[in-house]
Design a binder for this molecule. Structure first.
Ligand code: SF4
Length: 339
């Protein structure tokens, strides 16, 4: 799969005051990709497209280069302290992605060029928590590896964190273009995680991301580069043959990573809200995602939102099966959480 190239690029005028903004402007101006100016990266009003669906598809292939003004970082509990804002939005088309609801009608891919200001804010958070470590998550609102070939921002961030003994970085990706990150000076302070799943889930619900085999090969390279590693298996689904397919996944991971010691697994079962279901059905009308409220258990989330999760018996079956597989294939691994 070829790395993502946008069909359209917008720049905020302020972005051109930063070296990365200038560099990107010069780079895209030399290509055939149309370049436009927008007053604000938060509000693009002239996106092409007739219908909402067409606009959505075009937005997913639109890059917006801007300046991150809010330097107050969102919390990112429980697995990290703060979300590190390097980008917002993703070109992937995962049907179940939570960005469908959180980004609303702004699904375009925003990247921020004021890196020194973002790092300055991060340093303040690190100072506040010293001598305890501050953990930053760089993939809360985007897939930073998927756009790394365009910006180079993730490598810089890995090296920035690598220099600071009180900081840790983590991110997760469904993209395999990791080569530019392999020799970054990470100093063991970045946990590089891949999002993987059963073949059925990847094939049916994750268009415009790297094929599973490529992700697993990329994980092998990242392991050789000495990064602490992790896998997020999400959303775990029940479908015909799910037990064998998850076994097959763990089998492939083991084959590629025979000697890795520092490795974590995060396990998240499939869940949805009514709002997400409505959006998914509009954007992916032919989706095979099963979202039947009647057969699920209601779980109350924050802000009064109800999530539909699997019934207890299914949850238990998934938990036991996945735990048994991970313990069998990776006895040294830590299961960070199951939900
Ligand atoms: Fe969402 Fe990740 Fe898929 Fe991008 S790759 S659409 S962030 S789930």
């Amino acid at each position: 799969m070829k790395p993502f190239q946008p069909d359209l690029v917008y720049f905020e005028p302020g972005a051109l005051d930063y070296p990365l903004g200038k560099e990107l402007y010069e780079k895209f101006s030399k290509t055939d990709i149309p370049v436009r100016i927008t007053k604000s990266h938060n509000r693009i009003t002239d996106l092409p497209g007739e219908s909402d669906l067409e606009k959505y598809r075009i937005a997913k292939r639109t890059l917006v280069v801007g300046v991150r003004k809010t330097l107050k970082f969102e919390q990112s509990k429980p697995s990290a302290d703060y979300a590190l804002p390097l980008a917002t939005g993703c070109m992937g088309h995962c049907h179940y992605c939570y960005l469908q609801t959180t980004l609303g009608n702004r699904p375009y891919v925003r990247v921020y060029v004021n890196l020194d200001e973002i790092y300055g804010a991060a340093l303040k958070y690190i100072e506040e928590k010293k001598p305890q470590e501050t953990v930053f998550e760089a993939a809360c609102t985007s897939d930073p590896v998927g756009i790394e070939h365009l910006t180079g921002t993730l490598r810089k961030t890995i090296e920035f964190i690598g220099q600071n003994e009180f900081a840790r970085l983590r991110f997760v990706t469904k993209y395999a273009n990791v080569d530019s990150l392999l020799d970054a000076k990470h100093n063991g302070r970045t946990r590089f995680r891949f999002s993987v799943n059963a073949n059925y889930v990847v094939k049916n619900f994750e268009p415009a991301t790297s094929p599973l085999e490529d992700r697993i090969n990329a994980a092998g390279k990242v392991a050789k580069a000495g990064y602490p590693m992790g896998f997020i298996i999400a959303p775990i689904m029940i479908f015909e043959g799910w037990e064998e397919q998850y076994q097959d996944l763990l089998d492939k991971l083991r084959e590629k990573l025979p000697t890795v010691n520092d490795i974590t697994f995060e396990l998240i079962t499939h869940r949805f809200t009514k709002t997400a279901k409505n959006i998914i059905e509009q954007r992916y009308p032919k989706t095979k995602l099963v979202m039947e409220e009647e057969v699920r258990k209601k779980k109350w989330g924050p802000y009064g939102r109800t999530k539909y999760v699997y019934q207890d018996a299914h949850m238990q079956a998934i938990k036991e099966h996945m735990k048994q597989l991970i313990e069998g294939y990776f006895p040294q691994a830590e299961i960070s959480y199951f939900t």
